[in-house]
Structures are given as structure tokens and as C-alpha cells.
Write a protein that binds this ligand. Structure first.
Ligand code: FPP
Length: 251
């Protein structure tokens, strides 16, 4: 008998506004089955599809997926190529669906360093969906959290030099305007499948007060029920943002 879906346990009026996911465990999932790492990544792309759909159905406003880190260039060349072709195929196949669902998609990271055909595909997807407002799907590509902060600092320094801002104006709010996606709210819930308990240079600035839900499930096995479970877990936590119980509110 099929067990009851956890969806009914999600409190719809207390959804995390921004969910971020480190999609980890594709390689181990494949190895356990005697398959190639490429097959693991393909299965991982199916999980990404399921989770985007799950978030859209619930009404989660922002989802950010970590698809390629600045450190991932040290993987074998062939694996990197597989990841780019998977990404291109994913965008090609899914873009109509994503657009129909009112989802805006965008990439963050040092996107200008990606292969030209990948950049072209991303640009096209961003343009097609730019006016959609029901949900934002952000894919982190050639992304590093420290690099994002360094890039912001460099642009701030340039503006100070130009005289468009004064150094004394630099505070948390001004700094966040220089991040890759300045309009994106901070992350409420970070999900990390794959059994590791670390942040891995992901959204360092935006994760300041995020609730972390780590699970042993490998990413290709992660589906909508795992998403609901993580949200239910998030909703059980008391978020204090450094204050005491009844005063909690993010400033
Ligand atoms: C980590 O698993 C996963 C990645 C580096 C790539 C994630 C990319 C996709 C799922 C491809 C499609 C992306 C989108 C947005 C459609 P791993 O290889 O590090 O696994 P391991 O730790 O078990 O080796």
C-alpha cells in the first residue's frame, strides 16, 4: 500500500520563501549501480525537474540549485563536458514547461567563463522567462560563495573610486545590492542530500540565518516527498535570528 504523502503536513502559510539545494551524490548513486558518473548526473537532472515541480506546486517563490561550483573544474574533462551537455539538454527540453508554469530562470556565478554554447542557451532561457513572476529558479553555475563576495567587493571599490558611492555608506544592505542576484531574498532553507554536512562555498552571504536540513539520501533518489519532509522539518524549527523566542524577526 502506498504510504500517505507528506504534502498534507506542509503548512502552506509558513512556506520557506527561498530554498537552496546542494545537489550531491550523483557519482555515488551511479557507482552503487555499476553505472557511469554521467548516468548519475542524468538521474540527478530528473531529481532537479521533480523538485522544481514540487516547489512550483507548493508555491515556493525561489529555488536555487547548485549545479557547478568554481571547484568543479578539477573534475575529469569528460565529466565536465557531460555536465554542460546535460545542462543544455535540460534547458532545451524544459524551457517551454518552465515558461508555461510562470517560472523565471536565471544563472548566477562567473557565467562569462562558461563555454559559449552554454552561455547562449542560458541567455535564451533568461530572456524567454524574464517577465515571469510566479517563481524564480536560479541555477548556480561556475559559482563560489567566496568568489561572489570578492566580486561584489571589487565592484564596490570601483564605485567608491568613481565617486558613485562613499565608503562610509557600505553596510549590509548596500553590500547585498552588489551580489549576483541582488533582488533575491536570503535563504530560509538549505537542503543538502548526499550525507555530507558542509556548506561547500555555496551562497555564503545569503545562508547567514538559513535552517540547514542535511539528508543521507543521494540526490538522484531525492524526490518530492523528500522535499516535503525537509519543509516539514524546517517548519518545526524556531527561527530566532539572534533574538529571544517571541521577538524573532529578520531585520
Ligand atoms: C554532485 O554530485 C553533482 C554535481 C556536481 C552536478 C549536479 C548537476 C546536475 C544534477 C546536472 C543537471 C543540472 C540541472 C540544474 C538540470 P557528485 O558527482 O559530486 O556526487 P558524488 O559526491 O557522489 O561523487
Amino acid at each position: 500500500m502506498k504510504s500517505k504523502s507528506l504534502k498534507s503536513e506542509v503548512q502552506m502559510d509558513r512556506l520557506p520563501r527561498h530554498i537552496a539545494i546542494i545537489m550531491d551524490g550523483n557519482g555515488r548513486w551511479a557507482r552503487k549501480r555499476g553505472l557511469s558518473r554521467a548516468a548519475g548526473h542524468r538521474a540527478g537532472a530528473d531529481s532537479a525537474r521533480a523538485v522544481v515541480e514540487g516547489c512550483r506546486e507548493l508555491g515556493v517563490k525561489e529555488l536555487t540549485l547548485y549545479a557547478f561550483s568554481t571547484e568543479n573544474w578539477s573534475r575529469p574533462k569528460r565529466e565536465i563536458q557531460t555536465l554542460w551537455s546535460l545542462l543544455k539538454r535540460y534547458v532545451r527540453k524544459e524551457i517551454d514547461n518552465i515558461h508555461r508554469e510562470g517560472i523565471r530562470c536565471r544563472a548566477i556565478g562567473r557565467v562569462h567563463e562558461l563555454p559559449q554554447d552554454v552561455r547562449k542557451q542560458i541567455r535564451k532561457a533568461e530572456l524567454t522567462t524574464r517577465n515571469n513572476t510566479d517563481m524564480i529558479l536560479t541555477v548556480a553555475l561556475n559559482y563560489g560563495g567566496q568568489q561572489e563576495i570578492a566580486d561584489a567587493a571589487r565592484r564596490i571599490a570601483a564605485d567608491v573610486k568613481k565617486g558613485t558611492i562613499r565608503a562610509s555608506q557600505i553596510d549590509r544592505n548596500l553590500f547585498s545590492e552588489y551580489l549576483y542576484a541582488p533582488d533575491s531574498p536570503e535563504v530560509d532553507l538549505l537542503i543538502r542530500p548526499g550525507g555530507e554536512h558542509r556548506i561547500s562555498n555555496f551562497l555564503l552571504w545569503q545562508l547567514s540565518y538559513a535552517e540547514l536540513v542535511m539528508t543521507d539520501t543521494l540526490w538522484p533518489d531525492f524526490g518530492k516527498e523528500d522535499l516535503y519532509r525537509a519543509i516539514v522539518e524546517f517548519q518545526k524549527r524556531e527561527r530566532r535570528f539572534g533574538a529571544v523566542g517571541e521577538m524573532r524577526q529578520r531585520r
